[in-house]
Design a protein around this ligand. Sequence first.
Ligand code: OAD
Length: 245
Amino acid sequence: MQIPERLVEAVSNANHLAVLTGAGVSAESGVPTFRDAQTGLWAQYRPEDLATPGAFRRQPRLVWEWYAWRRELVARVAPNPAHLALAELQGRVPRLTLITQNVDGLHQRAGSRDVIELHGNLTRTKCFAENRVVDEWPPTDEVPPRCPRCGAHLRPDVVWFEESLPAEALTRAMAASADCEVFLCVGTSTVVYPAAELPFRALAAGAVVVEINPTSTPLTARAHHVLTAAAGVALPALLRALKRD
Ligand code: OAD
């Protein structure tokens, strides 16, 4: 695909590039996007019925099993050309801050470093009562298993609706969005706050804002460049254009 010359120039000249990714970046790996994920086994549930503290209190087994299913899915898939291009891009610009809403760890598996995880990570577990990461617990048939220290249920270390984002991650993401010269917003519906605020913060601070998404979002009309394409096509094309430059 053709990347606009002005966009190639802006990325080439940037000292600091910030990238926000959402579920769309993992779609080509075979991880369903959040809002399309309600298929098959889970078709009868809405995200709000599974991804809230109240849902976990009411139906801990159901919520644990839903995340166990997603964890197994993610373990079976591999990073795709979009993840790989972002990892390579990190070595080509003076500074790249990668901010993700994804909990699948695929950016890290592709080789990206210092990834800011706004919504946690599926592969980690924490205590529902103490909010502390728990790495090991005695084998048990109980679902969900219990915290070895306090006996409360264990839960995935992800951010649910009605919960705050990890403060340090959010602070770093906000600072990077205000500081960068170019901001790429890739594969996110840009509707879930506060992550959705980041590209608008970059716009307000004068950054060149680029959207990569096959469908339009609340950001589309405001972005300086819109690449209406799959991330696995657009990001490798951007990387190739930078190498030619
Ligand atoms: P969504 O499922 O809301 O949106 C996925 C976006 O990816 C859509 O805009 C699609 O058009 C786009 N998309 C699909 N395939 C793509 C591809 N191959 N390349 C590029 N884009 C593609 O996912 P998010 O925006 O990540 O939060 O959702 C944000 C948050 O909502 C999630 O992190 C989750 C959910 O509530 C929490 O769990 C706290």
